[in-house]
Design a protein around this ligand. Structure first.
Ligand code: GAL
Length: 366
């Protein structure tokens, strides 16, 4: 990819530390000398500080991204509170809310504020600041004309791990809490929500000490489980188990990127494949070349984004957790590189989502 000579902060960029999302300076950029045309020069720099269009550092960790009405909506954890250690010596922040951002080019993200608020006054509520609320994923239910947000709902010490549901008529919320509990009576954890070709939606989450992945069909409203489930990717569990599933489909096959199990510490992710979402699934291999990285470029999957393109681009959306200060965790987004039907994650210092699409309208607003 051709790099712009020297990008300075653009008109929308705030003063302060440089943003990992680089905006070109319209007045100073020599467009003849620089083959990257506006807005192609907008670049993502994995692992840098990413700011929204108002200049604030983006707080959307463990995120999920939904395309709706010609724009992308990024939902994620606001981890800007103080990082403390819980009773098990693991890092945590008080739950401050789930934030959302909107973009039409995957680079300039406009803040929509907090869309799921903490329940400050009720210590027993799953959304109380003392609890763990992580990894929001939103899907649209067109039959019910509402948006459904699923999230991890755990105790302060992760002593239990449930999933919760909140719904909203508007994509940007506010989302109303509905319920939280163990799906199908099972302990859950990091999860994905995925629609199959027939419109059925599924939860995919580890259980039983990470020794199995559950693929559980949701009810028609996508607000609860239907009771139908399959158990896939059985393993010895523990570190060698699968967590942080990011599920996507390409050329009729299903793929799942999973991390191993080491809390906030990054580890080598694997890629799994299946003909059907409900399995059977098999491990295809490591996601990254071990010569290049032994810990997925210090990141863990949040989801895989498939922008509406004709060239099948799949973007790995990951978190680079900072255990000392969780709010300073960074984002690692990279396009997957395909060798036949085998995806790889390869490092790029900076890249443009625009380069991976055919035609401006495939990423922009129609
Ligand atoms: C990770 C998980 C995060 C968080 C963390 C706590 O494995 O993906 O969402 O729960 O563990 O240790």
């Amino acid at each position: 990819m051709t790099q712009p000579a020297a990008l300075s902060s653009g008109p929308e960029a705030p003063s302060g530390p440089p943003s990992g999302i680089q905006q070109p300076a319209a007045q100073t950029m020599d467009r003849e000398a620089n083959p990257i045309d506006w807005p192609d020069a907008r670049l993502l720099c994995p692992g840098d500080i990413w700011r929204d269009t108002s200049g604030e550092v983006i707080q959307a960790h463990g995120g999920g991204i939904l395309r709706h009405g010609g724009a992308y909506y990024w939902f994620g954890e606001d981890k800007s509170g103080p990082t403390t250690l819980n009773a098990r010596n693991a890092a945590r922040v008080p739950f401050r809310g789930i934030r959302a951002y909107r973009s039409t080019d995957l680079v300039a993200w406009h803040p929509l504020g907090t869309v799921l608020h903490p329940a400050d006054d009720d210590p027993s509520h799953p959304l109380h600041p003392s609890k763990v609320v992580e990894r929001p994923k939103v899907i649209y239910n067109d039959a019910g004309d509402h948006f459904v947000m699923w999230f991890k709902a755990g105790g302060a010490d992760y002593e239990y791990m449930h999933l919760g549901v909140a719904t909203s008529r508007a994509i940007a919320g506010p989302y109303q809490f509905r319920h939280a509990g163990p799906p199908n009576g099972l302990r859950a954890g990091d999860f994905a929500v995925q629609r199959d070709a027939d419109g059925s939606a599924y939860l995919i989450h580890p259980s039983d000490r990470f020794s199995v992945m559950i693929v559980a069909r949701l009810n028609d409203a996508a607000t609860g489980v239907s009771g139908e489930l399959s158990r896939v990717l059985r393993s010895s569990g523990g570190y060698e188990g699968h967590e942080a599933p990011a599920v996507f489909q390409r050329d009729g096959r299903w793929y799942m990127i999973t991390s191993r199990v080491s809390g906030w510490a990054p580890n080598p992710c694997r890629v799994c494949v299946a003909e059907r979402l409900t399995g059977p699934w098999e491990v295809m291999g490591e996601l990254c070349d071990p010569q290049e990285t032994s810990d997925t470029f210090a990141s863990q999957p949040a989801c895989v984004l498939q922008p509406d393109t004709r060239n099948g681009t799949c973007i790995y959306v990951g978190d680079r957790w900072s255990r000392e200060s969780l709010g300073d965790s960074r984002y690692v987004w990279l396009p997957l590189v395909w060798e036949g039907d085998r995806p790889w994650l390869r490092w790029q210092e900076r890249w443009s989502p625009h380069d991976h699409t055919i035609g401006v309208d495939s990423l922009g607003c129609p």
